[in-house]
Design a binder for this molecule. Structure first.
Ligand SMILES: [Fe+2]
Ligand SMILES: [Fe+2]
Length: 275
């Protein structure tokens, strides 16, 4: 069988509808990529074009965020809803990571860029599977509840802007995950849901690297074009991200991921009112 190019692998994952099938293919392609890298070579990038929107399963029904019912995390149903929302985010993340690989393949990048995003895509696939396992152990499954529509908006808004994609997806959206995950871990700890706690802890540890890859390659591209990263970050987030950033921030994990406070504090509500 002839070898797929990396962009063909990305398009194959993006075009797979079912969540478990998508993540299985994602993990298999990541293994193929890293098997070649272990032999000291790299698969060709190719130039397969990703779809504007990834294929998604028929369920869950996607609703406007305002219409997604809120449930209190104090109940089992509430914790199932929370895990369901996390599964939805993780599935979206699988697609986002493959999309950035294929979408901007015409910009020459060091091989390390592809290593980082293929590794992250593999981890996002594992995250989705772990959370689905938890949901299934609790008698539910991904697709059983409605989920947020519009998760792909950031990808569409930045489809033509590589720096904008790095600013908004890993450095804003995934960094936000670092802020909120400790609180979610506490919810499952209080409920004695040890499997969910373990899954969320894996996610929390690995997401720091995804944010760090975002920051690393954002700074790399700014350096290539001799532009100031902080000013560029502020401009791009104001252009592509709808709304202000919300404190409290996880300053420790953000620092670990290479995002200093003067990147995010000026983008909070009180700062944007002052202009
Ligand atoms: Fe994740
Ligand atoms: Fe991630």
């Amino acid at each position: 069988m002839s070898e797929l190019t990396l962009t063909e692998m990305a398009v194959a994952v993006l075009s797979t509808r079912d969540g478990r099938a998508k993540t299985a293919l994602s993990r298999a392609h990541a293994a193929t990529w890293f098997a070649a890298r272990a032999e000291g070579r790299a698969l060709p990038l190719g130039n397969a074009v990703p779809p504007l929107r990834p294929a998604r399963p028929e369920q869950p029904t996607l609703l406007d965020p305002r219409d997604v019912p809120r449930r209190r995390p104090g109940s089992v149903q509430g914790r199932i809803a929370l895990l369901h929302a996390v599964a939805h985010i993780e599935l979206n993340a699988v697609d986002l990571h493959w999309d950035i690989i294929a979408r901007f393949a015409d910009t020459p990048m060091p091989l390390g860029f592809y290593d980082d995003w293929v590794k992250s895509a593999d981890e996002e696939s594992k995250h989705f599977n772990m959370i689905c396992d938890c949901l299934e152990a609790m008698g539910s499954h991904y697709g059983a509840l409605p989920a947020h529509a519009g998760m792909w908006r950031a990808a569409e808004d930045t489809a033509q802007d590589f720096l904008g994609r790095l600013a908004v997806v890993p450095m804003v959206l995934e960094a936000r995950g670092l802020d909120v995950t400790p609180g979610m871990i506490e919810v499952f700890e209080r409920a004695g849901e040890t499997a969910a706690v373990a899954a969320m802890q894996v996610i929390y540890a690995e997401e720091v690297h995804h944010v760090a890859y975002g920051s690393k390659w954002f700074h790399f591209l700014c350096g290539r074009h001799d532009i100031d990263p902080k000013t560029a970050f502020h401009d791009l987030v104001r252009r592509y991200f709808h709304g202000a950033l919300k404190p409290p921030f996880n300053e420790e994990k953000r620092a670990e991921a290479g995002i200093p406070p003067d990147f995010y504090w000026p983008l909070t509500e009180s700062s944007s009112i002052k202009g």
